[in-house]
Ligand binder design. Structure first.
Ligand code: ADP
Ligand code: MG
Length: 315
């Protein structure tokens, strides 16, 4: 099987082109036709075996997650997914591996009307680079730099589960098979919050997706917006599974520090319209934006807790 037949067999057939694609896979470039009046939202992320996932991760999960983390960036910007390119570096040709990877990748791509318009295929240590491109009216994009004093800080779902799954994979935590599989699902099959991102256009002032940990990622909003915040740690949503298997104190810590959950964190005025969106998408207020710089973490009595930032960093 040469690389051209691999591209044809596994990728071109499922590319799911639509009228915005003038030319997809097969030429030197893709030719794309963006709708007028919309800005392009462009993002890329790389997943490397042994760094972002374990060597024994199911290929279907790798296919899903490598696209999901990219779509999560579009969600955090309030963009509609449109196109993707996929650069794959594979150690060898493995038909079963590729079929399973494609199952994960394309079921998520098709669910969001995303067309695969090109990519690259090379030989080497397993690594996946995806670029996604979406559409958003420039003025409605959810940037990081527009949080305002008095905004409520919301999060779109429970945090800390992916960190628990990682702890299980690394044999630092043991629990029942049922709990394990619930947590592994959160780590391997994160759900990009595309619909929520679209609903927040015109309502949220600032947004980010939580890939490296709440403290670190909220920190990016605070820095970009030149504001500070108080987080009420007891308000942060935790899954029933997480609360069952570790102490509440540890669960809250993991929710603050753990990466890989891919929930959205956004800031907004608590208007009736916003509360309706929050209810519809199970978003919970967990703090306030303040003009005083820095991040303060408190319990519900307003006592400050000291928690160092342990968010994930590559370097
Ligand atoms: P070139 O040598 O001109 O860069 P390639 O041989 O890398 O072309 O790719 C041929 C065509 O197949 C191009 O249109 C490219 O975008 C597409 N392609 C290559 N790899 C992939 C992939 N993994 N997924 C989707 N499209 C791919
Ligand atoms: Mg190429």
């Amino acid at each position: 099987m040469n690389e051209f037949s691999i591209i044809e067999k596994f990728f071109k057939k499922q590319a799911a082109l639509n009228s915005t694609v003038i030319k997809g896979i097969g030429d030197d470039c893709a030719l794309l036709s963006p709708p007028s009046g919309q800005a392009l939202a462009v993002s890329t992320d790389t997943l490397v075996a042994g760094v972002h996932f374990f060597h024994d991760t199911p290929p279907q999960a790798i296919g899903h997650k490598s696209l999901a983390v990219n779509l999560s960036d579009l969600a955090a910007m309030g963009a509609t997914p449109a196109w993707a390119t996929l650069s794959l570096t594979l150690p060898h040709y493995d038909k079963k591996w590729l079929a399973s990877f494609c199952k994960g990748f394309f079921s998520l791509a098709h669910a969001h009307g995303l067309s695969l318009v090109g990519g690259d295929l090379t030989h080497g240590p397993l690594s996946i680079t995806i670029q996604v491109i979406g559409f958003v009216p420039a003025k409605q994009a959810l940037a990081r730099d527009r949080a305002q004093d008095g905004d409520f800080i919301y999060v779109s779902g429970p945090l800390g589960d992916a960190k628990a799954a990682l702890a299980i994979s690394e044999n630092h935590l043991s629990t029942s098979l049922k709990n394990q599989s619930a947590l592994m699902k959160k780590l391997h099959y994160p759900v990009p919050k595309i619909e929520l991102g679209l609903a927040l256009r015109g309502y949220a002032h600032a947004a980010i997706d939580i890939s490296d940990g709440l403290i670190g990622d909220l920190g990016h909003i605070l820095k970009a917006s030149a504001v500070g915040a108080t987080l009420f740690v007891e308000q942060i949503p935790l899954s029933a599974t997480l609360k069952k298997i570790i102490s509440l104190e540890k669960a809250r810590r993991w929710a603050l520090e753990g990466g890989d959950d891919y929930e959205l964190c956004f800031t907004a005025k608590k208007t009736a319209a916003l509360q309706k969106i929050a209810k519809q998408y199970s978003c919970v207020p967990i703090g306030r934006i303040e003009s005083k710089k820095g991040l303060r973490i408190c319990n519900d009595q307003g006592q400050r807790l000291s928690i160092p930032n342990q968010s994930y960093r590559h370097f």
